[in-house]
Design a protein around this ligand. Structure first.
Ligand code: GLY
Length: 355
């Protein structure tokens, strides 16, 4: 049914993508967010890396992420602005055990038909000569990459406005009294306050700190791929931007805490320097923290609810570390839900799996 009055609650990357796509499909969309929301996406690295991050055995998460990665070129073409900041993701290992694990995980992903390639130390150096000497080898995923999160958010806001989305800057504290035909709850981890208890219990925030660094006159030109590593078991990444990198990211489960800590900054800088030693010459111009909307089973919650008081309400939250990656598939799944269908590729995220 097109032409429905649709309320979208949440103006982050997920809410904006849904609002834009729904308005472009002919719905009358009102987006509720008291600010320009998007706290998590505002500090995101913007990696599109479902193959590099896949863990053997977690097939549903791989299939879900890969289905969204395939949608990115079309999503960008429709957006009319290309926020791509890197093409290709290179995961590097700093010790032999990590390299063995990375190569095994890559073999598992490749067996499922995806383009991911094991690399020797020499191949990594040929590809990215400025990486540190302690790197033992790696894995290349040529179809992955990254987008500039802030360019993306600005482009989504512009596309939503152009498609007719009305942005109402108030917070929604309960959905039952909204006059719209359909309500979409897409407010990140704060969605918990609007959801039935069984779904609210699935969500929790995980703080992530990032740094932003940029080149100075004379500083070395660094890697052009997304670079991912594990340093002392901590995930570390450098995500290219036009003038430097987003360096990420820590992860803590402390509730609603967005302070940037001294230890967090120290770890991020130490780990980044091990991977790319010349980063010490760059200018550090921003540190920030956001709250990832985590889901307890590592899959988002996307689909229509049927319990009393929520009939016809659609949920789209719990995207964890991958809100940017999963935005195109999520928007398509919500459009299908608005039409009364289930998008097959997003069926693993249906909320009825939670009892
Ligand atoms: N998407 C990477 C992170 O959440 O750190």
């Amino acid at each position: 049914m097109t032409g429905a009055r649709v309320a979208v609650i949440g103006g982050g990357v997920i809410g904006l993508s849904i609002a834009w796509r729904a308005a472009a499909a002919g719905h009358r969309v009102e987006l509720f967010d008291p600010a320009d929301g998007s706290a998590a996406a505002q500090v995101a690295g913007g990696m599109l890396a479902p193959l590099s991050e896949a863990r053997p055995g977690e097939e549903a998460a791989l299939d879900f992420g890969a289905a969204s990665l395939e949608r990115w070129p079309g999503f960008i073409a429709d957006l009319g602005t290309d926020p791509t900041s890197a093409r290709g993701a290179l995961t590097v290992a700093l010790d032999g055990a990590d390299l063995t694990d990375r190569h095994k995980a890559a073999a598992w992903v490749a067996e499922r038909g995806h383009d991911i390639r094991p690399l020797t130390r020499r191949e990594v150096r040929d590809l990215e000569p400025t990486l540190g000497p302690s790197i033992r080898g790696g894995v290349l995923a040529p179809t992955e990459g990254s987008v500039d999160n802030r360019q993306l958010l600005a482009a989504l806001r512009a596309a939503a406005a152009a498609a007719g989305v009305v942005h109402t800057r108030t917070a929604v504290t309960e959905t039952a009294t909204l006059p719209h035909d359909r309500v979409v709850i897409a407010a990140g981890w704060r969605s918990a306050a609007l959801l039935p208890e069984r779904l609210a219990a699935m969500l929790y925030p995980a703080k992530g700190e990032i740094l932003r660094v940029r080149t100075r006159p004379g500083s070395a030109v660094g890697p052009r791929h997304v670079i991912r590593a594990a340093v002392h078991g901590r995930p570390a990444y450098l995500v290219p931007r036009a003038d430097g990198y987003v360096v990420g990211a820590t992860q803590y489960e402390h509730g609603d805490d967005r302070a940037v800590t001294v230890a967090g900054v120290r770890d991020l800088l130490q780990d980044a320097e091990l991977v790319f030693p010349a980063i010490g010459d760059y200018e550090l111009f921003e540190s920030a923290a956001g709250l990832r909307p985590m889901s307890r089973d590592d899959l988002p919650l996307i689909g229509t609810l049927d319990e009393d008081g929520y009939t016809g309400t659609i949920v789209a939250c719990g995207h964890g570390r991958n809100g940017v990656l999963l935005a195109p598939l999520t928007a398509d799944a919500v459009l299908a839900a608005l039409d009364g269908h289930v998008l097959t590729e997003a069926a693993a995220a249906l909320p009825e799996r939670v009892k």
